[in-house]
Ligand binder design. Structure first.
Ligand SMILES: [Zn+2]
Length: 257
C-alpha cells in the first residue's frame, strides 16, 4: 500500500491540526512505508496541513559535521527534513549546528537571529514555538526526537549545558569562520523519561498513517512535563548508555554544582 500526500494531510488534520496553526514536525520517512512522490510529498503534506495561513517547521540539524552553509549543508534529521528545506519558500535559520527550517508567514519571525543564541535558548526557534504553544508532531519517531524538551533544560538553566564545542560556519562572502558555542544535552534517554508522564497527563493525541504512528502534542505540555521532571531530579533527562560521554560528563557537572 502506497500512502498519498492527501492521506497524510488528512491524518494530521484528524488529530486536530488546522489552517493557520504553528507546528514543528520530527519524522522518520521509513516508518511510513511507501509514499507516492517520496519525501518531498511528505514535506509538502506538512505545509498543506497548516495551510492557508499556518507555518510549519522541521529540524535540519547538521550536528557540526561540516562547516555550516544554510544553502547547501544537508539536514542530519532524515530525508523528509532534507526535502523540506529544499522546497520553494523554505527558510532556514543560521545556527551553526542546530538550524531549523520553516515555511509559512511566521517562518522568518520564528527563525530570525538563531545565530545569536544557543540552539534552544531564549529567542531560538524552539523557544519561540514553545512561547506560541505550537503543535509538536512526531511521525514514526519517539520522544528522543522531541526537541521542545530542550527548552525546559534552558528554562531551568541545567548545569550540564555548560559543555562547549567549536563549529565552523560559511559566511555569505564564502569565508569559513570558527565559532564557539554550547552543546545541547543528549536526548537518548527521553523516550523513557518524558514519554510516560506526557501520556499520563493526557497530552498525547495518537494517530496513524501508512505504517507510521503519529503523536501530536502541544509544545507547552512537553516543556511543562519536562521542567517538572528536572525540578524533581536534575539528572532525569540524562541517558544510561555506558558509552555516552555527554551524559557521563553531565552527571559530573551536576555533582560539582
Ligand atoms: Zn546520553
Amino acid at each position: 500500500m502506497v500512502t498519498t500526500r492527501e492521506q497524510i494531510v488528512h491524518a494530521i488534520r484528524l488529530l486536530g491540526v488546522g489552517a493557520g496553526d504553528l507546528m514543528i514536525v520530527h519524522s522518520s520517512f521509513k516508518s511510513l512505508g511507501g509514499v507516492a512522490g517520496g519525501p518531498a510529498a511528505v514535506a509538502s503534506a506538512l505545509v498543506d496541513a497548516v495551510s492557508p495561513g499556518g507555518s510549519v517547521f522541521v529540524p535540519t540539524f547538521t550536528y557540526g559535521v561540516d562547516a555550516y552553509d544554510p544553502a547547501t549543508s544537508p539536514s542530519g534529521d532524515g530525508v523528509i527534513t532534507e526535502a523540506f528545506r529544499k522546497l520553494p519558500n523554505a527558510v532556514r535559520s543560521l545556527h551553526p549546528t542546530h538550524p531549523v527550517a520553516g515555511i509559512g508567514p511566521e517562518a522568518s519571525a520564528i527563525l530570525e537571529g538563531h545565530d545569536r543564541v544557543d540552539a534552544f535558548a531564549r529567542n531560538s526557534p524552539l523557544w519561540r514555538l514553545w512561547e506560541r504553544d505550537a503543535w509538536v508532531l512526531l511521525i514514526g519517531v519517539g520522544h528522543f526526537a522531541n526537541s521542545a524538551a530542550h527548552v525546559a533544560e534552558e528554562l531551568l538553566e541545567m548545569p550540564y549545558l555548560d559543555r562547549r564545542r567549536r563549529a565552523r560556519v560559511v559566511r555569505s562572502d564564502g569565508t569559513v569562520e570558527v565559532v564557539e558555542l554550547r552543546r545541547p544535552g543528549c536526548s537518548d534517554g527521553w523516550d523513557a523519561a518524558i514519554g510516560p508522564p506526557l501520556r499520563e497527563r493526557g497530552a498525547i493525541r495518537d494517530g496513524v498513517v501508512g505504517g507510521a504512528r503519529l503523536q501530536l502534542l502541544r509544545a507547552r505540555d512537553v516543556v511543562d512535563v519536562t521542567a517538572e521532571l528536572l525540578r524533581r531530579d536534575a539528572a532525569a533527562l540524562l541517558c544510561n548508555r555506558s558509552t555516552c560521554d555527554a551524559c557521563a560528563q553531565g552527571r559530573q557537572l551536576l555533582r560539582v554544582h
